[in-house]
Design a binder for this molecule. Structure first.
Ligand SMILES: Nc1ncnc2c1ncn2[C@@H]1O[C@H](COP(=O)(O)OP(=O)(O)OP(=O)(O)O)[C@@H](O)[C@H]1O
Ligand SMILES: [Mg+2]
Length: 254
């Protein structure tokens, strides 16, 4: 938990004693967290521990929680599947739901598409895109909303290893250049240690550990503090990484 400094910009999100139950079954409890403007937070945890539930609460998609939750500024969501509308061109997908003159929407869309390296595909149909391209369009769609907080729920899970590395770099650079805060849910502790300022380990609905990744940016996998952050996440997940070289298969999406 970051102690809020007097005079500093207020946190983009504040959660105190957040609890969520579904029909009496508690899936999140006593969640206390502050996310600073521009901070990159990663949330790791086993399947079913409540990561998506927490993100949905942060994004205002779920209001069935108890406790205190306050988010300041616009929020955008990035999902694992790109969820593009096949009957709209790429640029129209990017600005879908945004009002204003067509020319202005087109300008916004091409600006965001340029940021993700897809300006040339503005007029294309979603069906003609590769999986990685579709994912980048979805990212452009999030960016066009100039979020104060970008929420990413396993956004790279369905991508091949090389595309995943490129997307990690792209998200990192956009985050660095645009200054939004980001919350990334991931199974991949290495991804968390590469991208995040802080890592929260969620275990059965509770924050079991929350710590700062001390490694300097740009991050290097060979850096001792990078490795320490990765190991600490693994320990938080109850997994011993015996040789220090590889996460177990269930934590290393192909
Ligand atoms: N709408 C719902 N109704 C009932 N139970 C739900 C609902 N949404 C989530 N749950 C339950 O809450 C728990 C946490 O789900 P959640 O989707 O947050 O897990 P997760 O950590 O994101 O898992 P994964 O890594 O598999 O995506 C699960 O047991 C799930 O079945
Ligand atoms: Mg989930």
């Amino acid at each position: 938990m970051s102690a809020h400094q007097p005079g500093a910009a207020p946190p983009v999100a504040e959660l105190r004693g957040l609890r969520r139950a579904f029909e009496g079954r508690v899936v999140l409890q006593n969640i206390n967290l502050e996310i600073a403007p521009g901070e990159f937070l990663a949330i790791v945890g086993q399947s079913g521990c409540g990561k998506s539930t927490l993100l949905r609460a942060l994004g205002g998609l779920d209001r069935g929680w108890d406790g205190h939750l306050h988010v300041r500024g616009p929020v955008a969501f990035g999902f694992q599947d790109a969820r593009l509308l096949p009957w709209l061109r790429v640029w129209e997908n990017v600005t879908f739901g945004i009002t204003g003159p067509r020319g202005e929407r087109y300008r916004l869309a091409t600006q965001a598409l340029t940021a993700v390296g897809l300006a040339a595909h503005a007029e294309a149909w979603p069906g003609t895109l590769s999986g990685g391209e579709a994912q980048r369009v979805a990212l452009a769609r999030s960016l066009v909303r100039t979020p104060a907080l970008l929420l990413l729920d396993e956004p790279f899970g369905a991508l091949d290893a090389l595309t995943r590395l490129r997307m990690q770099a792209l998200v990192h650079n956009l985050w660095r250049d645009k200054g939004f805060a980001a919350v990334l849910v991931t199974h991949d502790v290495e991804e968390a240690a590469l991208l995040a300022d802080r890592i929260a380990v969620l275990d059965r609905g509770r924050i079991a550990d929350l710590y700062t990744v001390e490694a300097a940016r740009p991050r290097r996998r060979t850096d001792a503090s990078f490795e320490a952050a990765r190991q600490r996440a693994l320990r938080g997940l109850g997994i011993e990484d015996i040789d220090g070289a590889h996460a177990p298969p269930e934590l290393s999406p192909a």
